[in-house]
Design a protein around this ligand. Structure first.
Ligand code: SF4
Length: 377
């Protein structure tokens, strides 16, 4: 089982917190769509008969593409790969691209899952983050999208500087009022070289407050779990049957091909990164070359990655798997370093799996890094 990720590197405007790869100039859009289709063709032998279970349009903002362009890329996947009878095909979309007519037209494609970047239902939050949509557009698009799609995920951001806990609860409740089966939530993070980092440095905006973010994380967890959502990954909550198949495959270490500038790939042994530049990407692909840098993962890299992902998901770290895949030295290292966190009630062992406790959940990335092994080779 494998997946294809297609990166659409265009956005209408730059959100202040974002460090993904995108361009706000859509001038090269036609060439880019052609290059994406060509990369799909150039890499068709990498999966060698393996069935594609998920196709994911991420970005950037994939919803800036026309229905025709999206359909063309889906057809390129079908033409070059063996696709399962029941694939999950996700489109990341922003509310300002989801007019009622557009949503209706999307139902005529094979796209069967929408991941909608709402982030907040409050105009002041949306302005602070420089999102391209407003609160009314967010609500209108959900009203129509839920009439046409069963499988919808909404992205929300917590820990926004001026947003109180009361507003955060209202955001969660507004999302829930549309009966969507999946919610992804991320803490507002200050990435270097973003507009947000510069505003904070100049004192124009307050820095983010980790304590407030932590409080809002636990408000979120409690509210969604009480409504029947399963907290299956640090940032992801889903009703049974609606966990993201694309992300779950990634967390289970399945292989995937990343198409487009800046996209990552993984074939079980090597990780690849496509060049993070639209012009260089298009030029290389037009010349029939793959602009990809490959790195072969060491056993230690794979162990570290498994620990990081394991602690973020409800499945935890299988101690038996660590011993089987990495050896007794790694298993002993893991247990020895986990001990201090078990004593602080941040980790626990249950049925041979090491997991984070509720108290440790917000800290899971930091704890994971303490369990990493150093690459000494
Ligand atoms: S729309 Fe998404 S990818 Fe584009 S700038 Fe905003 S957060 Fe980044």
């Amino acid at each position: 089982m494998s997946g294809i990720y297609i990166h659409i590197p265009f956005c209408k405007q730059a959100c202040h917190y974002c460090d993904f790869h995108f361009s706000t100039s859509l001038k090269k859009r036609d060439e880019m769509v052609g290059a994406l289709a060509k990369e799909l063709e150039l890499r068709k032998d990498e999966f060698n008969g393996v069935t594609i279970e998920t196709i994911y349009f991420g970005g950037g903002t994939p919803s800036v593409l026309s229905i025709k362009e999206l359909q063309f890329l889906i057809e390129s996947v079908y033409k070059n790969y063996k696709v399962s009878d029941n694939p999950e095909i996700t489109l990341e979309a922003n509310p300002d691209d989801l007019s009622p007519e557009r949503i209706q037209n999307l139902t005529h494609t094979q796209i069967n899952r929408l991941s909608i970047g709402i982030q907040s239902f409050f105009d002041e939050d949306l302005k602070l983050m420089n999102r391209a949509h407003n609160s009314e557009e967010a609500k209108n698009c959900l009203l129509v999208a839920t009439q046409h799609f069963d499988n919808i995920s909404v992205d929300l951001i917590y820990g926004i500087q001026n947003a109180t806990n009361t507003q955060w609860i209202q955001n969660i409740e507004t999302a829930l009022s549309y009966n969507i089966p999946h919610i992804s939530c991320y803490a507002l993070t200050v990435e270097p070289n973003t507009a947000l980092a510069s505003f904070i440095k100049k004192g124009i905006i307050d820095d983010v407050n980790d304590e407030k973010a932590q409080e809002q994380f636990y408000i979120l967890k409690e509210t969604l779990e009480n409504k029947g959502f399963v907290h299956y990954e640090l940032s992801n909550f889903g009703k049974e049957g609606f966990f993201s198949r694309n992300n779950s495959a990634y967390w289970q270490g399945k292989s995937y091909i990343g198409i487009g500038p800046s996209a990552h790939s993984f074939n079980g042994k090597q990780r690849g990164w496509n060049v993070r530049n639209n012009s260089k990407y298009i030029k290389a692909i037009q010349n029939g070359e793959l602009p990809i840098e490959l790195e072969t993962l060491t056993k230690t890299d794979r162990y570290n990655e498994y620990v990081m992902i394991g602690l973020r998901t409800m499945w935890g770290i299988s101690i038996a798997k660590v011993e089987k895949d990495f050896g007794t030295v790694f298993k002993d290292y893991l247990l020895e370093h986990a001990n201090a966190y078990i004593n602080q009630h941040l980790l626990y062992i249950d049925e041979e799996h090491l997991r984070v406790t509720k108290k440790g959940q917000f800290l899971s990335d930091g704890i994971a890094s303490e369990l990493f092994k150093l690459n000494l080779s």
